[in-house]
Design a protein. Structure first.
Length: 449
């Protein structure tokens, strides 16, 4: 394989993070045994559940001789940028890094991460939900272990659906969703919002994934991009274009904006198709709708199917520069598969381990955390619905090895379709060319279909 140029986004914040790593070296030797692992490891990641301090303390107690230095890198984007810089410099990288699932491939293909199968990680395949496990594979080998998962769900405001005369529990297919969209628009609300911005990229990939689409295929340094001729993409594009043409979705409001929260709060937006991690965001962003929201399984393209897809998720990897890869893997294993995984779940992380998803405690409506969420959702046992989704079958789906660029370019190109400047098919054609040109600039061999 030819040498692939790495995308380097130099920022002051990222540069400062590189300086924090104490154990990074170059060309660290791998070992298949972790039994005698000792020494200090440096871990980069974020801490949304404020649980890392206690997890690290528990790990160090269970593994005397190994110490962990945690550097809170703030955001996933900051973390991946800092890691890119350290890899390009040949030094300064951590031993363990937390990454969003779609970026794992980016670092695996450029040999920045360790193939965890040398530690026997592949034996855990059946222990994880299929969606997050598939996202951390490259060349059929695991380059990370999943922390959490984000099965795409159908969240809906029952009060608005009832007002429109729609029984949301009867929506099993996307055709039924379309019929509901027309009734909801008739009472002045929108079934959902899609502006085509960069924040819509993850929901796009999830819904295209569920439609069976393969917009791109990565085979080493060879990439095939097929945004408009792939059968699954055609299905997705045609459906979205129908919603745009008939004015059935709010195309002006961007996800995660103040307007978005306001419209969720006043009922202007009646539902969302988004990851299973959304409940806490609804609780904080739409407090006036307490008791009205519900969650259901994602509509299907064919009646009777139960296909899912992933929207979001994170994982832990061992970095190739690490001089202490055995100890690093022990830590990765502890957080993602050991006792640390339960602590993460207990502090709000939606789990990827089947044993947690299937546990009675996860769906117990009497726990404090579940009771709070269930009260917001009108007494529904939310985790029971989410856990079912996480264990549904998924097809295989790949991400480009320059996923952050793909997300930004998505907003640049696709938003034009939602403002009706061009059709969605034309926007996807332009997007494909943009991605192909960028891939070629990075040294990949790109075929555009």
């Amino acid at each position: 394989m030819r040498t692939i140029k790495r995308v380097i986004a130099m920022t002051a914040a990222a540069a400062s993070l590189v300086g924090l790593a104490a154990c990074g070296g170059s060309n660290g030797a791998s070992t298949t045994s972790t039994g005698d692992a000792k020494g200090q490891i440096v871990f980069w990641g974020w801490d949304s559940g404020n649980s890392m301090k206690s997890i690290i303390k528990q790990f160090e107690k269970a593994n005397p001789g190994i110490t962990v230095k945690f550097n809170n890198t703030g955001t996933a984007k900051d973390t991946s940028t800092a890691l890119s810089n350290a890899i390009a410099a040949g030094k300064g990288a951590p031993d363990v890094v937390m990454l969003e699932d779609p970026t794992v491939t980016q670092f695996a293909v450029t040999k920045g991460l360790v193939d965890l199968s040398q530690f026997g990680a592949q034996k855990y395949q059946n222990d994880y939900a299929a969606g997050p496990w598939n996202k951390v594979q490259y060349n059929s080998k695991p380059y990370a272990l999943p922390i959490d998962s984000g099965p795409e769900m159908f969240f809906y405001n029952k009060a608005i659906f009832d007002k429109a005369g729609v029984d949301a529990t009867a929506i099993k297919t996307w055709d039924e969703y379309y019929a509901a969209a027309k009734k909801i628009r008739a009472i002045g609300s929108y079934i959902t919002n899609v502006s085509g911005g960069a924040n819509d990229y993850q929901p796009f990939t999830a819904q295209a994934w569920q439609a069976g689409a393969k917009p791109w295929n990565v085979n080493g340094d060879k990439i095939t991009i097929n945004m408009t001729n792939d059968a699954g993409m055609k299905r997705y594009i045609a459906f979205q274009q129908k919603l745009i043409d008939e004015g059935l979705i709010d195309t002006k409001t961007q996800n995660w904006s103040d307007d978005w929260n306001r419209e969720l709060n006043d009922g202007s937006i009646a539902s969302l198709t988004i990851g299973a991690w959304m409940p806490i965001n609804l609780e904080s962003g739409a407090p006036q709708q307490k008791g009205n929201w519900r969650v259901a399984q994602l509509p299907q393209w064919k009646s009777g199917e139960t296909t899912s897809a992933e929207d979001g998720g994170s994982a832990l990897s061992v970095v190739a520069q690490s001089k202490n890869q055995a100890a690093a893997y022990k830590f990765v294993e502890y957080i993602t598969h050991g006792a640390g995984a339960q602590t993460m779940a207990d502090t709000g992380t939606f789990p990827s381990l089947k044993k947690i998803l299937k546990s009675a405690s996860f769906t117990d409506p009497t726990t404090a955390a579940n009771k709070k969420t269930n009260d917001y959702f009108g007494g529904q046992n939310v985790n029971k619905v989410l856990a079912e989704a996480a264990q549904r079958p998924v097809t295989k789906f790949q991400y480009l090895p320059y996923n952050p660029y793909a997300q930004n370019a998505y907003g640049d190109e696709i938003s034009k379709a939602y403002t009706k400047q061009i059709t969605l098919e034309q926007a996807m054609t332009n997007y494909a060319k943009n991605l192909a040109d960028h891939g070629k600039q990075q040294g990949y061999t790109v075929t555009l279909k």
